[in-house]
Design a protein around this ligand. Sequence first.
Ligand SMILES: Nc1ncnc2c1ncn2[C@@H]1O[C@H](COP(=O)(O)OP(=O)(O)OP(=O)(O)O)[C@@H](O)[C@H]1O
Length: 307
Amino acid sequence: MTYVVSTSRLSKNLSGKNILSDVNLHIKKGEIYGLLGLNGAGKTSVMKLLTGLWKPTEGVIELFGERLITGDCKSKKRIGSLIDYPIFYEKLTARENLELHCAYMGYHDHRSIDEALALVGLTVEGAKTVKSYSLGMKQRLGLARAISTRPELLLLDEPINGLDPVGLKNMRNLISALSKEYGMTVFLTSHLLRELELIANTIGVIREGKLIREVAMENIQRDWTEYIELVTKDVVKAVSILSNKLEMCNFKLINESTIRIYDLSLPQPEKIVRTLILNGVDIGEIRRKNQTLEDYFLNLLQGSGDT
Ligand SMILES: Nc1ncnc2c1ncn2[C@@H]1O[C@H](COP(=O)(O)OP(=O)(O)OP(=O)(O)O)[C@@H](O)[C@H]1O
């Protein structure tokens, strides 16, 4: 499969500290990919590397199927980005700010500026100077600037930070529309699972500079949130049978009498139970359960999930 963005063993070291280690990202054309991580996990650092603001210490970045070379402007023209707090020329109007940006990027179809301002709901305010803008308006203007050159790839670092509930919903609708109606590939970061869960097709989980999982939201329910909980006095024996006879590795010891078995597609749950009983494991209780998406991601974010 070809990806709009892929990285291979991407690493960044700053002042002797590994900020990112061996990050392998895979972002498909047209999808909304959400990078989820706690504060300080490395989300902004990934953005800075993808936009060329930082140079990788090690590893490779491919954008649109081509290796990103430092100083290369070709791929930059195909990307719109909103990283950190957006800075504008405060004394100029919003529209003038976008015109300057388009000129700088070599994009000369100014219809896209009106379209961008309309999409973020700033058509009327576009004629006002930016110094009169509120924080939320500047955030929206930042997005308008990012899409004013009609990019194929949109990189948004924490675009929902500081937005009120109405602003949040509008931003979510807008990002979905950019993906569905304009075919843009969107890569955004957030520490809010709920927000990503509502719009992302794929979620990547980053923890302490490592990308520990990429999951397609359509598969997540089936593959990761269902499990069997087995209660037995013979946990040691049960674990040995699961590993050695059934060749399973996707299970977790919860306490001295409880095991959680994930990945129920292979082998069938009935086979697991039959094999345990035939090998003399005394099963106290067995039940099929679902963990919530929140539990699933919290495990990954906080480190109790497997890597
Ligand atoms: N310029 C820098 N020099 C040294 N360390 C840095 C620099 N920028 C970021 N870091 C460190 O890199 C790590 C990752 O930071 P980063 O900003 O990428 O995380 P983040 O996931 O975006 O966090 P947040 O959600 O708080 O913005 C942090 O430990 C941070 O202190």
